[in-house]
Design a protein around this ligand. Structure first.
Ligand code: F6P
Length: 408
């Protein structure tokens, strides 16, 4: 279902930056986004190769540019990692993300040459940040939990990691124009510089990076309360809530009172009556967005599943075979829904407040697939029960999920 053209060349997105500048965070988020958009994408983390090939617990002196043994080992590990990534691209992958510091011109020139020889286009993604508060947060939130520091007391681990950063700082060279296409994300996206970026995928990559914020806040996904069409097992339409649906709307408002902090919550709904009615008892004014409307069932809108099977047997069979790509006549497929939700995902990444999305089964499956990195093929089959709130809380690189079925 690629929602981008597959004709674009294989891409090697090469991260650049000092340690603790959010490279892995960006690499993983970007990979999740590109996979969600249907591109075969893989992150190749050179640190993981180093841990496997050399060992996790190496002292900061291993990273000293004046240490010839360390340099040779780091080059060996980088070669193996890059080779694996390129082999994966040759075997059908589309976008490889090389997650390492790649902090010297010499290292990057070697990467560019190797990728060009094997048919992959290199784009550097450099993250830069001088804010000591952000660096300290990154060290404490991610590095202290890394296998490199298992069993090491926190202050000693921080000291070692700061010494490791200092080694890299001595040899660090920022990417320059003559090295080819690049994107620089400065101070967590306050400033973004692009150079020689062209094509649909890369434009989306840049737009995604421009909107990526690191603020952690919960996000709740909930289907509208039971509607009259739900009671009749009809799909689509714009029916009102049933009495049970109204009871759920009240339970939802009471539940949200227990989740809120001082921070205001943004409530997003579709433009359909059932989501607006579900949000009506909440303290916040909802923001209705057409992009959140349910999958358009086209000629099947308003029918029950049994009627679809009887009146449109070929359509029913085709949908059962490939639910992701099947498009209802004059309606949409799940792949279409994913494409239409792209601006919603960008807004989620940009938004700094907690968000409650009151949505529909199909649309919430597609959003959930992005948030939880579910393979696109599985997303149309994800369980999304009525009257259950999904609470997704971001952790270092993903989200933790809790489900709350509410009484109504
Ligand atoms: O049945 C409720 C509903 O939201 C319909 O409006 C929609 O067509 C359907 O769920 C989507 O689920 P599925 O893709 O499994 O048919």
């Amino acid at each position: 279902m690629p929602t981008f053209s597959r004709s674009e060349p294989k891409l090697a997105l090469v991260m650049v930056g000092l340690p603790a500048r959010g490279k892995s965070y960006i690499a993983r988020k970007l990979a999740r986004y590109l996979r969600w958009r249907g591109m075969e994408t893989r992150v190749c983390n050179v640190g993981m190769y180093r841990r496997e090939l050399v060992g996790a617990q190496v002292s900061h002196s291993f990273f000293d540019p004046a240490n010839p043994d360390g340099l040779a080992e780091r080059m060996r590990v980088a070669q193996i990692a890059l080779d694996d990534m390129l082999r994966w691209l040759e075997l059908g992958g589309q976008i490889g993300i090389l997650d390492a510091t790649n902090s010297t011109r010499e290292r990057r020139a070697w990467i560019s040459k190797t990728c060009a020889e094997r048919g992959a286009k290199v784009v550097f993604i450099e993250t830069m940040c001088q804010d000591p508060g952000v660096i300290d947060r990154n060290v404490r939130e991610t590095k202290l939990h890394s296998p490199d520091y298992v069993g090491v007391e926190a202050d000693a681990a921080v000291r070692d990691f700061i010494a490791r950063i200092a080694h890299y700082e001595r040899a660090y060279q920022s990417v320059e124009d003559d090295e080819g296409p690049y994107v620089k994300v400065i101070d967590e996206g306050d400033k973004v510089i692009v150079h020689q970026i062209e094509g649909n995928i890369l434009s989306h990559v840049v737009f995604f990076l421009m909107n990526l914020r690191t603020k952690r806040r919960p996000l709740w996904l909930v289907r509208h309360g039971e509607s009259i069409f739900n009671v009749e097992d009809r799909i689509g339409g714009d029916s009102e809530l049933s009495p049970r649906g109204h009871a759920f709307a009240r339970s939802l408002a009471a539940f949200m009172q227990t989740r809120r902090t001082e921070e205001p919550i943004s409530v997003w709904t579709s433009q359909l009556k059932r989501t607006l009615q579900t949000a009506q008892y909440l303290r916040e004014e909802p923001f209705p967005n057409r992009a959140l409307d349910e999958i358009d069932a086209g000629v099947c809108d308003g029918l029950t599943y049994a009627e679809v099977r009887r009146r449109h047997p070929e359509e029913f069979a085709a949908r059962s075979k490939d639910k992701l790509n099947y498009r209802y006549p004059r309606g949409e497929s799940y792949a279409d829904v994913i494409q239409r939700l792209d601006p919603v995902i960008i807004e989620i990444e940009r938004h700094e407040r907690p968000i409650l999305i009151v949505g529909h089964q199909g649309v919430l499956r597609a959003l959930y697939a992005y948030l939880m990195d579910t393979p696109p093929r599985e997303s149309p089959h994800l369980p999304m029960p009525l009257h259950t709130v999904l609470e997704l809380t971001p952790n270092a690189y993903g989200c933790t999920e809790r489900r709350f079925p509410l009484a109504c």
